[in-house]
Write a protein that binds this ligand. Structure first.
Ligand code: COA
Ligand code: ZN
Length: 342
């Protein structure tokens, strides 16, 4: 049997002999980078303010889970996003684990100035592909946003990496369909301006796998040298299916959120991101290499659930991993005897 016929030999998830399936594009070992955005996308929509020292403790724990990036907070208006009003104190208080990139979301020049004072590794600039969502979320037209973000790219050059998150790239909850050509054109303009990475965001879980594969298949050729990331919300249960479509299109970086928290307060109907530990569990069991420790992520997810004080969407934290075993019913031997006697 070729090694490519075997699914799931990742550490801790070894499958029994015989659990092999036909070769698939996903069964060969592959490095997939996980960016956790719970501290930003997750907390921005929670009605409570989590005390800064609790946020710092969780980010410090997350730093040791093997994540490639941690989006720690945003430098937005405290009136717009009160839950993240402690961004400076938080960024100054966290431990920086070597090899982990600490990222902050920034919507405008004022936000970039604040972020640059806090020794961050990457600015994640945000604007929408849809005019309506850009106005609702950022109070700017897309042209105004593009101008402001371009200035930030110029100012950040040589000092800090810049990624652009394009919101509503797969659909807008107010406008509906967003033309893929518009998303690509916007990405082209940022690539020309010198951004280091582009993230396509499905802000309210409207994307489907066919659409993801169609939009993403040519991206690595279209934007060579740029780090490409996908950001899915699981609003309609299509989140992990969209990851499979993204992988098949060649994208190997995914935003996800601990315990499945998340959502944009200025996008009607927004709910949680795809859940980090559920994503890692799926990729581990498919024999992909996320570089992360599922057990540590689950314990961070539990810490997060305690912090927000409510039922959270994460599933593996409740069900356990696929290889968890339950004891058989105590009367199994009698059942066997009865069955054999029939
Ligand atoms: N950080 C802190 N304060 C900021 C700021 C920033 N990045 N940008 C603006 N402000 C302050 C201004 O100083 C001003 O303060 P004042 O009222 O005390 O004078 C006030 O906010 C209004 O400034 P203005 O430029 O008119 O902003 P606005 O009200 O048009 O809001 C944004 C624009 C972009 C700042 C705001 O909509 C925002 O932060 N949106 C973020 C939304 C978000 O994070 N969504 C989820 C992620 S996709
Ligand atoms: Zn999001």
């Amino acid at each position: 049997m070729s090694e490519h016929n075997s699914v799931g030999n990742a550490p801790g998830t070894a499958r029994p002999a015989g659990a092999s399936v036909a070769p698939s594009p996903w069964s060969a070992p592959r490095r997939v980078h996980i960016h956790d955005v719970a501290m930003r996308d997750g907390l921005q929509i929670e009605p409570i303010f989590v005390p800064t020292e609790q946020k710092i403790a969780l980010i410090n724990a997350l730093g040791h889970t093997g994540l490639s990036k941690i989006e720690a907070t945003s430098f937005t208006s405290p009136k717009a996003i009160p839950a993240l009003r402690d961004a400076e104190e938080l960024m100054m208080g966290i431990e920086r684990v070597p090899g982990v990139k600490y990222v902050c979301l920034v919507p405008n020049l004022r936000g970039a100035e604040r972020a640059m004072q806090c020794n961050i590794d990457e600015i994640n600039l945000v604007m929408s592909a849809s005019e309506t969502h850009n106005l609702a979320n950022l109070k700017m037209t897309r042209d105004q946003s593009f101008l402001a973000l371009s200035k930030i790219i110029d100012e950040a050059a040589g000092q800090v990496d810049v990624n652009i998150s394009i919101s509503t790239a797969f659909g807008c909850p107010m406008e509906g369909v967003v033309a893929p050509e518009e998303v690509l054109r916007l990405g082209d303009r940022f690539a020309e301006r010198g951004a280091q990475g582009i993230t396509l965001c499905d802000t309210t879980g409207m994307a489907n796998p066919t659409q993801v594969e169609a939009l993403c298949s040519g991206l690595a050729r279209r934007w060579p040298g740029l780090e490409l990331t996908l950001h899915f919300h699981n609003t309609r249960g299509m989140g992990l299916a969209n990851v499979i479509a993204g992988l098949s299109a060649g994208i190997d970086r995914y935003d996800s959120s601990l315990a499945g928290l998340g959502g944009c307060p200025y996008a009607p109907g927004a709910t949680g991101n795809i859940c980090t530990e559920d994503l890692v569990h799926m990729l581990d069991s498919m024999n992909m290499n996320t570089g992360t420790d599922l057990g540590l992520l689950v314990s961070c997810a539990r810490q997060m659930a305690k912090m927000v004080g409510r039922e959270v969407p994460g599933q593996v934290m409740k069900a356990g991993p696929w290889d968890k075993r339950f004891p058989p019913p105590p009367d199994l031997e009698q059942t066997r005897e009865r069955a054999l006697a029939r």
